[in-house]
Each structure stands twice: as structure tokens, then as C-alpha cells.
Design a protein around this ligand. Sequence first.
Ligand code: FAD
Length: 379
Amino acid sequence: MEKTVKIAIVGAGLGGAAAATLLQQAGFEVEVFEQAPEFSRLGAGIHVGPNVMKIFRRMGLEKALDDMGSHPDFWFSRDGETGDYLSRIPLGEFAKKEYGASYITVHRGDMHALQIDSIKPGTVHFGKRLQNLVDRGDDVLLEFADGTSVTADIVIGADGIHSKIRETLLGVEDPIYSGWVAHRALIRGENLARFADEFEDCVKWWTDDRHMMVYYTTGKRDEYYFVTGVPHPAWDFQGAYVDSSQEEMLAAFEGYHSTVQNLIKSTESITKWPLRNRNPLPLWSRGRLVMLGDACHPMKPHMAQGACMAIEDAAMLTRCLQETGLSDFRTAFDLYELNRKERATRVQSVSNANTFLRTQEDPAWVYGYDLYGQDLKSS
Ligand code: FAD
């Protein structure tokens, strides 16, 4: 007979891990099924806005993240060629005072490891690739590629842009390739020392059709990171990402400011990732299945809010299940969608348009949001 679990979360990424911790802290029985055999310190950085630091406060992880991350005083936007400042968005102490928590940039792997450690021991199961899923009315059957299976009362699909839960609910459909790729590189602090440039804490360099976002991933400033958006007609490579090179990037950023050129010259390895998205989905749940994060609203990463939205989803879903109890999960799922869809869809569309903070604007609608301070809309 299959093992029975109350709440099965598929995917232990940033959204699934947040859901596990929050639900367990709220007293729910949760088990997580992750396809990866283990997690490594993936070479990428991430911004975490005050909107999500307030959720990490609930989880008891805010201080550890504050200690780990870099705290930029500003998000600067600069003209890629002339270096002129297009915007100076105040963060740092301003963010703490105005938005209620800090704005940090951090290594994604370090943050993820902290999140995984906050889940109850023995409840994350690695090497479990969900292959088949059947909502049988009274429960859900989950079958994994290793031949094992479990049944669950409800299933949370936190399994990313290629979600099996989305596929079960809405059919097979590849995500849309956006026509842009992202180059990513982590740069050792000492590699920057040979240049006289001022390497700012958080800066986005822009020209009409491409950009480079740059920031530190540690409080010690010993690791710097960039991620780009560069047009590329088709993703004609195999795999999630491919290697890039200094030559390719110097060609892509020809004419850019010398600080950008020097950054590229400081790299030891560069990878290139396709940027994919989906149009807003017609539903986020059906029966005993519900989705969060990239499974239901993937976006181009240009607001640095994709994972933040996944974590907000996790917090709202937990709130709704607390409100109704697990037995009335259908009401909880409806409440969850009602209280999340508008915001997540707005962020998805601004992110895809890649306009956020390019000019001086007020980001309070994103960063000032306090999920726990919102009244729950019920219709
Ligand atoms: P994922 O992180 O994709 O996690 C899904 C998990 O499910 C994975 O662990 C996967 O192995 C697992 N899984 C998948 N299928 C199965 C299966 N069948 N069975 C079991 N497990 C499965 N967001 C920010 O907030 N800030 C940023 O600065 C930022 N920068 C970004 C830069 C780039 C270049 C990109 C591409 C994205 C960026 N994002 C950023 C977006 C962010 O990475 C995603 O929105 C976020 O990872 C979504 O989290 P998730 O938990 O929904 O999905």
C-alpha cells in the first residue's frame, strides 16, 4: 500500500521550500518531493525585496538573511553607453523605514540552503521525480520515476516552469521562448581589484534592447554577480543552459561603458540561459491540486521578483489553509487565487515588459506590500 501524506508539495525550489516551512510552522503535516538528488550552490544571485523579507521574518530566517546578504543603498539604473544615471531608487535604511524590512542581494544557493534547513528533518525527499498524478476524488495518487508512489489529501505544485501539475490541469504546452537569453557569471572580488572602476552595490546598465544587472551576493562583497537580458532569435541549444564566453559577451556588449567591459573581462566562466514565460493561466487549482510560483505564473526575471512572488504565494496559500482548515481546501484554494492573482499577474506583466526602475519611479506597490497586513478578500 502507498504511503499516505496530508499535504504533498512537489518541488523544493524557493517557493516549495517556503511553503513547506510556513505550513509546518502553522501545524500542517507536509512532505516535499524533489526530483534533484541533492542541491548544490548554483552559480547565481538573487534580490530579495522587503515584501519577502517580511515573510522570512515570520519563518525566523530574516536575521540570517540580513547577515548573509549585501544591503545596497540604491538600485541605480545607468545608460549602458554613457554611464549617465537614469534612476536612483533608494533602498538601504530607506527601505527599512518605508517598506518595513531590508532589501538584500544574496547568493541564491546560500538562501536556498537556509530555507531547506528550516524544513522539518526527514520531510524533504530527494530523487523523487513526479511522473504521473491522478486526482481520484477522495485523494491524489503521485507516482515517481523511481517506481515509488504516495497518496495525498492535497498536492501543491511548486515544480517550476515545466510543472507536471500544470500539465495535468491544463495539458501539455511548452513555455514561450521570449527571444532573450540571460548570461550569468559570479566574479570573485579579487578579480575586480585590478580595475580602478567603482563597482556599485546594485546597478542595472541599459540600452534599448539589452541590459546587464550587477550586484554583490555576500555582505563581505567578496563575490559579485551579473545577469543580462540579450536578444537571441531562438533557443537552439540542448539543456537548461549552455556555456558562453568573454568573446561572445564582449561582442554582445560592444559600445557599452568601460566598467561593463571590465566586468566581462573579470569573469572565469559565463553561462547562458533561455528566458521563458507563459501567458496568465485560466486556473491555478482544480480539485485537490493547486499551484504556486513559476508553475502558475513564470515571468522574465527583470523585476527580480519571480522567486519573491513564489514565496508570497506560499505565504498566502498557508494563510488561506489556516483560515479554512485542511478539510475545506477548496475554499482555501479559491481564496488563495482571489488574493494572489491580480498582484502576481501585474508583476508578471511589468517584469515581461522590462521597464521596472529604468526611470525614477516609486516601487512602493512592490516593496511596501505586507502580505500579513492585507485583509483577505473573499469575493
Ligand atoms: P523553481 O525554483 O523552478 O523550483 C522548482 C523545483 O521543482 C525545482 O527544485 C525542480 O527540480 C523541482 N521539480 C520540477 N519538476 C519536478 C518533478 N516532476 N518532480 C519533482 N520535482 C520537480 N527571482 C527573484 O525573486 N529575484 C531575482 O533576482 C531573480 N533573478 C532571476 C534571474 C534569472 C536569469 C532567472 C531565469 C530567474 C530569476 N528569478 C528571480 C526568478 C526565479 O528564479 C523563479 O521565479 C523562481 O525560482 C521560481 O521558484 P519556484 O519555486 O516556483 O520554481
